[in-house]
Design a protein around this ligand. Structure first.
Ligand code: UTP
Ligand code: MG
Length: 495
C-alpha cells in the first residue's frame, strides 16, 4: 500500500477495528495522536470517558502544532465526528499537506469478538451504533474532499487488503510505501548506483577507514565509488576544517583493493589542474584498475578554495571556456597515438602520453547551466550529471535534448546521471532519527522532504522512477555515512 508522506492521516473505524494497531505498524509513535492515549494522560486511563473533553482539547492542540510544522500526523480517534474531520482536512490544506482518510472496515463480528476480549469492553449497543455509522460513512467519505481515502479490510490470513476509494491527487506529497514490511520483491530498477563519498570521518586510521568503506560499497552491490574534488570541505556537507582528501590519491588507494567498483571523481573542476594532468591521472587510474575509471568534470564554482590554495579563479565565462578546451585536451591525450592535435580550441604539437586508458573513460559533465554547461555536455560529454529532483530534472532534460538536437547527437550518445543526497534509515524510526541528527537548523519537515528521508527500499523505488525519466546512473551521496556498516546497510539501494 502506498500513501502520500508527509500527510495528515485520519483514521476512521469502530472500536476494535484495529485503528491503533494499523497506526503502530506503519508510523512512528510520535506521529500518532490518539484520543484514548490522551484520556490516559489527563484521566484515569484510556477508557475514562469523563476525561474526553480534556483529551480532545489536547488532541486538537497537538494536531495543530504538528501539522503546522508540516509533520506527518495520524489522528487515532473513532473518526466519526464530521466537524472534527473537516477541521483536520482544513489544517492539512493550510499546511500544504495531503489529507488522507483511512477506514478500518473490519467486519462487525470480528470487532465484537475483539471488543469482548478487552478489559473494558464498549457496551454492545454502542459498538453496533459505531459499526452502522462507519458503514454509512464509508459510502459518503469520497465526497468529503480528501486527497486520498484508503479502505483497510483484514482478510482471513490477517493480512491487509486495501482498496483506494479516491485516487491519489496530491502533487506535493511523495508517494511512499507506508507498509514497507509487507512489500515483496520488485523488478530490477535498471539504474546503476554509484556511492559518492563526501565526508571522511576516518578518526585515527584514515587509510583503514577508506579501505573499509570501499570494500563495503563493493559488497553492498554498488557499481562504483565517486569522490568529490574540493580543496576545502564544502559548507553543504560539513565544516571547513573537516578532512577532504585529494581525490586521485584517494582513488589510488581504492584502486589497490580487490573490488569491481568503477572509480572516479564527481566532479573535478578544470580550474584546479592543467587538463593534461587530469587526463594523466584518469588514464593512470583506468590502467591500474583494468578499465574502471570515470571522470566527472565541471567548471568549478567555489571561489574560496581557489583563493586559499593560490589558484586563479577566472570569470564564469572563462571557466566554461576552460571546460570546453580541457575536454578537448583530455580526449586528445586519451586517443590512440602520438600525433599532433589541432582542434577547435586546442592545438598540441604531440599527444605522447602513456599509459593510454584501457577503456573509453566516461567523461561526465557536471552542472545544469542551461546555456553553456548543458550545451558542452551535449556536444562533448559522454554523460551529464544533473539534479535528482524529478521536476528540475525533467526541465533540464528538455534543455539538454534541445542542445543534443542542435549538435546532431542523441541520448544514446550522452547518458543521464544524477546526484542524489538522501537520508537513508533502516526503518521509518531510524530515518527520522537521522533527519533530527543531520538537519542542523533546517525545519525537520523541509529537510526530510529535500532528502527524501526514508528506507533504502523507498529510495530504490524512487530510482526506478528516475530510470523511467531516462536516468542511467544515480550517484548517491548518502548523508551522515560514518562506517562500513552504514554502507552495508544500503545494499537494498542496489536491488
Ligand atoms: P485496536 O486496539 O488496534 O483497535 O485492536 P482500535 O480500532 O484502535 O480500537 P479502539 O477504537 O481504540 O477501541 C483491537 C484489538 O484487536 C486486535 C488487537 O491486538 C487488539 O487487541 N487486532 C487488531 C487483531 O487481532 N488483528 C488485527 O489485525 C488488528
Ligand atoms: Mg485504538
Amino acid at each position: 500500500m502506498t500513501l502520500p508522506d508527509p500527510a495528515v492521516v485520519v483514521l476512521v473505524g469502530a472500536g476494535g477495528s484495529g485503528k491503533s494497531t494499523w497506526a503502530a505498524q506503519h508510523y512512528r509513535r510520535a506521529e500518532i495522536v490518539s484520543s484514548d492515549e490522551l484520556r490516559g494522560v489527563v484521566g484515569s486511563g484510556p477508557a475514562d470517558l469523563d476525561a474526553s473533553t480534556d483529551a480532545f482539547d489536547l488532541l486538537e492542540r497537538i494536531v495543530a502544532a504538528r501539522v503546522g510544522r508540516g509533520l506527518t500526523t495520524v489522528v487515532d480517534t473513532l473518526g466519526l465526528d464530521p466537524e472534527r474531520r473537516e477541521r483536520w482536512r482544513a489544517a492539512a490544506r493550510a499546511a500544504g499537506l495531503p489529507a488522507v482518510a483511512v477506514v478500518l472496515a473490519t467486519p462487525g463480528p470480528e470487532c465484537r469478538r475483539r471488543n469482548a476480549d478487552r478489559d473494558r469492553p464498549v457496551p454492545a449497543p454502542v459498538l453496533t451504533d459505531q459499526l452502522r455509522r462507519v458503514t454509512a460513512l464509508t459510502a459518503s467519505l469520497a465526497d468529503e474532499g480528501w486527497d486520498h481515502v484508503e479502505l483497510v479490510t483484514p482478510d482471513e490470513g490477517g493480512d491487509e487488503d486495501t482498496r483506494r476509494l479516491v485516487p491519489h491527487r496530491s502533487p506535493e506529497g511523495r508517494n511512499v510505501a507506508v507498509g514497507d514490511h509487507t512489500a515483496t520483491s520488485r523488478p530490477p530498477t535498471g539504474v546503476r548506483v554509484v556511492l559518492q563519498l563526501s565526508r571522511f570521518p576516518w578518526g585515527e586510521d584514515p587509510g583503514g577507514w577508506l579501505r573499509g568503506m570501499a570494500l563495503a560499497a563493493d559488497e553492498a552491490g554498488f557499481s562504483g565509488l565517486a569522490v568529490m574534488d574540493h580543496l576545502v570541505q564544502i559548507p553543504q556537507v560539513d565544516s571547513a576544517w573537516q578532512p577532504i582528501p585529494e581525490p586521485w590519491v584517494t582513488l589510488g588507494l581504492v584502486a589497490g583493493l580487490d573490488t569491481r567498483l568503477a572509480l572516479g571523481t564527481l566532479v573535478t573542476p578544470v580550474s584546479f589542474r592543467p587538463a593534461g594532468i587530469t587526463a594523466k591521472a584518469a588514464a593512470t587510474l583506468d590502467t591500474l584498475t583494468g578499465g574502471r575509471a570515470f571522470l566527472g568534470i565541471g567548471a568549478g564554482w567555489w571561489e574560496r578554495e581557489h583563493r586559499g590554495h593560490g589558484i586563479g579563479f577566472p570569470s564564469a565565462r572563462e571557466r566554461l571556456d576552460l571546460l570546453e578546451s580541457s575536454i578537448e585536451t583530455i580526449r586528445a591525450l586519451w586517443a590512440a597515438g602520438t600525433k599532433a592535435y589541432d582542434g577547435a580550441r586546442v592545438s598540441l604539437p604531440e599527444t605522447t602520453s602513456y599509459p593510454r586508458p584501457v577503456h573509453d573513460i566516461p567523461l561526465i559533465v557536471g552542472g545544469g547551466g542551461e546555456r553553456r554547461t548543458l550545451d558542452i555536455a551535449a556536444r562533448l560529454g559522454d554523460a551529464c550529471n544533473l539534479s535528482s529532483d524529478p521536476e528540475v530534472l525533467t526541465h533540464k532534460l528538455r534543455v539538454l535534448d534541445r542542445h543534443l538536437a542542435a549538435a546532431g547527437r542523441t541520448r544514446a550518445d550522452v547518458a543521464v546521471t544524477v546526484l542524489d543526497l538522501p537520508v537513508v534509515g533502516r526503518d521509518r524510526e531510524d530515518a527520522w532519527a537521522r533527519v533530527e541528527r543531520l538537519r542542523g537548523r533546517t525545519p525537520a519537515a523541509a529537510f526530510a522532504r529535500r532528502t527524501n528521508a526514508g528506507t533504502a527500499r523507498q529510495h530504490r523505488d524512487r530510482y526506478a522512477e528516475l530510470a523511467e525519466l531516462g536516468v542511467s546512473t544515480v550517484f548517491v551521496g548518502v548523508r551522515g555515512l560514518e562506517s562500513p556498516d552504514d554502507v552495508l546497510a544500503l545494499a537494498e539501494l542496489n536491488g
